[in-house]
Every structure is written in C-alpha cells, then in structure tokens.
Design a protein around this ligand. Structure first.
Ligand code: CTP
Length: 411
C-alpha cells in the first residue's frame, strides 16, 4: 500500500458521474477524509440517480455541487473557483460519456465545465461495461486525455454488474486513494526543479518547392514523452518540435518548426540550458536552392535536386563552450551493430549520453508505442528491456535527475 502521509491537508474535488460504481465513491470520500483530505463533490444529473445528494453531502460535510445554472451555487461558489480551489480533481466513476465530453472539451453541465475550466491535474477512474471500455471511441478518448496529462487508475478486470467479464470495473476505493497518494508524493518529488531543458522531437520537413518537401517517418512520440517526463520532474522544458500529429505535452513550452535550420535557431534561442536531449529525426540533407515556385513538368524530364548538408544540432549543442548544456543526450537509430555504431556516434558528436535503438523493419519502433533502448555513457552501456515510449521517457528523465544529484554531491 502506498504511503498516505502526503494526503493530509490536500483538497480533492470529486466528480461523481452516473454509473453503478458511484456507490463506491461514497466509500472513497470516507477513506479520503479519514486521511485528512478535504473533499468537495460535484454530482452529475445521472450520478444523482445512483447516489443521493444527501449521502454525498453528509459524507463530505459540504454542499454538493450539481447545477451549472443554480444561482445559489454560483453565488456561493462559481464553477471557476470550484475548479481552482482544489489540488486535484478526481472523476470517479468516470463514465464513457463523461470521458467523451472531456475529450471533446464540452461544457454542457457543471461537471464538464469544471473539468474544462480547471488548471489543476485530473485523475480519472473509468467505470463502464467492458464493450464500452474497449470501443475504439472510448480508447481514443482515453488516449487523447492521457496525452494531455490526465491521469488514470483502473479500470480493473472482473465480473461486472451487467454480468459480463472483462476490464471495466472501477478501481476499488483504496486503489484510488493509493493513486491519489502516489500523485501527491510524485508531485512533491521535483528533483529537476530550477533546471532548464531543451528537447528536440519529430521529423524535419525540408522544402523542395512551396508544395513539396523531404521528410521522414519519425512520429515524435519518444521526444514528446521525454519532454513531458522532464517537466514532471520539475524541469523548465522547451520542446522544439518538427511537424507531428501529437498534441503539445502538458507543462512544456513548445516551439513548432519545420526545417533543420529553424530547429537549430529555436534551440539556440532556448539557451542557456542545463540539459539538451536531441530526439528529433533531423533530415541530414536539404535541397540546395529550393525553388520558391512550384516545379512544373515542362517536358524536360525530372528535375535534378542538388542536396546540401544540414547543420547538426546535436553536434552544435555538444560543442565545448560557455553555453554548452551540462548534459547533452543524443539518439542513435540504427539497423544493425547498434552498440558499435552508437558508441562511435557518441564520440563523433561530442555528446555525453547516447540513447541507441534498433529501428530495423519489424521492430515496430518507428511510429510504434514501444522502444528497446541502450543507454551509452562514458562509463558503459545499460540495456533496458522493451517498454512503452512513456516508460523509456520516465526512466531517462530519472537518470538525468540522478546525474544532477550525483554531480552536486561530488562538488
Ligand atoms: N541530429 C541532429 N541534427 C542533425 C542530425 C542528427 O541533432 N542534423 C541528432 C539526432 O537528433 C540524434 C542524433 O543526432 O540525436 C542522430 O545522429 P545521426 O548522425 O543523424 O544519426 P543517423 O541519422 O542514424 O546518421 P548516420 O547513422 O548516417 O550517421
């Protein structure tokens, strides 16, 4: 069981949506209050069909907030204040409908409005029928919410109220209490507070003419996840991103660029920094003298494209000097002899660490969600098991934090 000491004195706004699991949220209120948490509750109209406002009110010893349009509620506590006067918003149960409304940014009742207006972290405990949970729409909504920084506990697998079996049961109240305690413990653990980081991510697009460009298959998933993980540990992060389909990660300043030269300029503008992580798949070459008019088929056959080398951002940031970040990390995507090539690349680029991975066809690394990496440092190689790109990012951010703690100790 998690350490619950971090819970005392915290303020939780609990949103109770309409699902059979709503009865467990009453137990959740009790368990949180026993640990010194102040709980305020918002009950949706459907939620009030499963638990009575009176029970919620008695357990929270506070008004139960229900109506966006209630003059009394607005005069006592407007929805903006309600959403800000909390350290964490917890949605339990989080129904498929409420998750969809959150993902779409709707504000059609008090619960949705509070969740849209908040500047505080949100934890959801999904609860629904297994098919509703597994439906592509719910999975897409959940993935979108998580990419925006929404935290999740559950759902658990088991027999459901509708007699079907599978994932969909809301996490048990004590599991939700543990997740809340874990959140507060982690939120106070900010070993990179006061450190500035630059992260490059995604591909670059190098124009051939105003409508065509040279690009590559990088999705930006790994770089974006690293930016988010460094921010979670307290770093002030500038993410310099090439064109991707990803939303901007929460808690980072994001500069959007297209070409390698723009990426270098944005990185240099973000200096000074303590940490640089170059995860972008920068195009090595650009078209020399890209046309400012669309190239036409004029009967003379295909145009000859002359290429010229792009600046190497990683090598530039690694160059010794006053503005060199104390820790520069590069990536090496290889398709064979991974360790040998990546070790040579570390020396050639002048960076401190290289994260090396095998991107051969069939590994699913490019565009996929998992990654198998080796961390190459001056003193050796650490090979990590295959894990989700988010987990690789957290582990790398943790290694960065440990590096700075050890450097400080050594001083
Ligand atoms: N990189 C960069 N700027 C470039 C090219 C690469 O910052 N113009 C960075 C990448 O972000 C990554 C590392 O350098 O951190 C990859 O090195 P690179 O030599 O480009 O690797 P490959 O493309 O695999 O090149 P090669 O194997 O041909 O040497």
């Amino acid at each position: 069981m998690a350490d619950h000491a971090s819970l005392a004195g915290k303020r939780v706004l609990l949103v109770i949506a309409g699902g059979i699991a709503a009865y467990k949220s009453l137990e959740l209120i009790r368990r949180l209050r026993e640990r010194g948490v102040t709980v305020r509750a918002v009950l949706t109209e459907a939620g009030a069909r499963f638990v009575t406002p009176l029970s919620v009110q008695a357990l929270t010893e506070d008004t139960v907030y229900r109506d966006l349009w209630s003059l009394t509620d607005e005069s006592e506590m407007g929805h903006i204040r309600l959403s800000r006067e909390a350290d964490l918003l917890v949605v339990a149960p989080a129904t498929a409908n409420l998750l969809a409304r959150m993902a779409a940014g709707m504000a059609d009742d008090l619960a949705a409005t509070v969740l849209l207006a908040t500047d505080k972290p949100v934890l959801v405990a999904p609860a629904m029928n297994v098919r509703m949970w597994q439906h592509a729409a719910t999975q897409a909504n959940m993935a979108l919410l998580e990419s925006r920084g929404v935290l999740r506990v559950g759902p658990n697998e088991g027999v459901m109220a509708c007699n079907e079996y599978g994932p969909g049961r809301m996490a048990e109240p004590m599991e939700i209490v543990d997740a809340i305690a874990g959140f507060f413990a982690q939120a106070s653990h900010r070993p990179l507070a006061g450190r500035r980081a630059i992260v490059t991510s995604g591909p670059t697009h190098e124009p051939i003419d105003p409508v065509r460009y040279i690009a590559n298959r990088s999705s930006g998933k790994q770089g974006h996840a690293i930016a988010a993980a460094l921010a979670t540990l307290g770093a002030e992060v500038t993410l310099v991103s090439g064109p991707t389909r990803l939303p901007d990660p929460a808690g980072c300043r994001v500069t959007h660029i297209e070409t390698a030269r723009e990426m270098l300029a944005a990185c240099e503008a973000a200096l000074p920094a303590d940490i640089a992580v170059c995860a972008a798949a920068v195009a090595d070459w650009r078209v020399d003298g890209a046309s400012d008019r669309k190239l036409k088929k004029d009967g003379g056959g295909p145009p000859a494209l002359a290429l010229t080398e792009n600046p190497d951002i990683l090598a530039t940031l690694s160059r010794p000097g006053d503005r060199r970040p104390a820790l520069v990390v590069g990536f090496a995507a290889e398709t064979g002899d991974v360790l040998a090539y990546a070790t040579a690349k570390r020396a050639r680029k002048g960076c401190d660490w290289i994260v090396a991975n095998d991107v051969s066809p069939g590994t699913g690394t490019f565009g996929g969600s998992d990654n198998t990496v080796h961390l190459i440092r001056a003193d050796g190689v650490e090979s990590w098991p295959t894990m989700a790109k988010d987990a690789v990012a957290s582990r790398l951010a943790q290694a960065v934090a440990e590096h700075f703690t050890e450097t400080l100790k050594a001083k």
